[in-house]
Design a protein around this ligand. Structure first.
Ligand code: NAD
Length: 295
């Protein structure tokens, strides 16, 4: 292993828990922290050391990993009351939540004299978090990304260096825009085909053997949607947040991207109607309910 021995893992939810468990099993001393007592108890069952205080969790850390719902929460957790100063100077901060790139740059300015910051959001969902095969999109100096690899390579089978701090988070929002638009397209495709009289299963099989295939047709339609399980482990509100980050980024760059704007609005409406904590695969129900022209 590298110079990194102790990893503080902040955010032990659907993604954070299996990621922290893999680091623990790879031989790192992992100290976890989460605001939820239930999440702390669950993580404790995996053999992690769990702390009830953020300051204690990061005190002896060589590397702090944040896997929280969004950048506002990351900033609140680390910057309020200068909590990040409890970590030792020069420790790495791996910001693995899906946060907004410009906010991440601001975070880096706030904590950068004390911590080395790399944004390293992931793609692949809960299944690949458990397998340790997530894709990581990293932003930071080459030197800092290189130092974080012993940790990242336990979590991920593919680490991409995307550019300076913020580049990983920009890339993640772009990925989730394409992914979220794909869920809508696949849902509308099934709605259209079944209305004509095609079988839903046939539609998915043909798409997956043809040029219309996407991540939703391949790993969501049969696995979570057509069987009505709606249990992918990725919340609708989080998907909506990610597409909103991409839409805000486009605005900040004075770009007029119509499909992105429409996709953003659709996920925001679904989040309101279906609920942000519902599984994001329930977008299919939203599409189905709202597709009747009589509505
Ligand atoms: P989650 O809601 O399951 O977990 C978030 C955890 O953060 C919860 O346990 C919650 O208690 C904790 N938390 C919230 N506020 C806190 C605070 N102030 N202090 C300490 N802990 C706090 O979410 P998740 O699905 O694990 O997603 C985490 C991040 O990863 C998000 O940014 C999400 O967009 C991203 N992501 C999720 C997936 C997925 O498939 N679930 C995939 C890729 C990326």
């Amino acid at each position: 292993m590298s110079g990194i021995k102790t990893v503080s893992f902040i955010g032990l939810g659907q993604m954070g828990r299996p990621m922290a468990k893999n680091l623990h099993e790879a031989g790192f001393r992992v100290v976890g922290f989460d605001a939820s007592e239930e999440a702390r108890l669950e993580a404790g069952k995996s053999g992690l050391i769990v702390s009830n205080s953020l300051e204690d969790a990061i005190r002896d850390s060589d590397c702090i990993v944040t896997m929280l719902p969004n950048g506002d929460i990351v900033q609140d957790v680390l910057v309020s009351n200068d909590r990040f100063l409890s970590a030792h100077k020069g420790a790495l901060l791996l910001e693995m939540s899906s946060s907004a790139p410009l906010q991440t740059r601001q975070l880096s300015e706030l904590v950068g004299t004390h911590l080395r910051v790399v944004d390293a959001p992931v793609s692949g969902g809960v299944k690949r978090a458990i397998e340790g095969t997530l894709t990581v999109m990293a932003g930071g100096s080459n030197e800092d990304i290189e130092s974080s690899k012993p940790v990242l390579e336990v979590i991920s089978s593919k680490v991409f260096s995307c550019g300076p701090v913020g580049a990983g988070h920009a890339m993640k929002s772009i990925n989730n825009y394409v992914s979220g638009a794909g869920v809508v397209a696949a849902s509308e495709a099934v709605r259209l085909g079944t209305e004509f009289g095609l079988e839903a299963e046939t539609i998915v099989d043909v798409l997956n053997a043809s040029s219309g295939k996407n991540n939703a047709t391949e790993v969501k339609m049969k696995q979570f949607i057509l069987n009505e399980a709606f249990s992918s482990g990725f919340a609708l509100g989080l998907m909506s947040k990610d597409i909103g980050i991409a839409a805000d980024l486009a605005k900040s760059l004075n770009l007029n991207l119509k499909n992105l704007e429409e996709t953003d609005l659709m996920w925001k409406r679904a989040s309101k109607e279906v609920g942000g904590s519902a599984d994001h695969t329930r977008m299919f129900e939203f599409v189905t309910t709202n597709s009747d022209s009589k509505n």
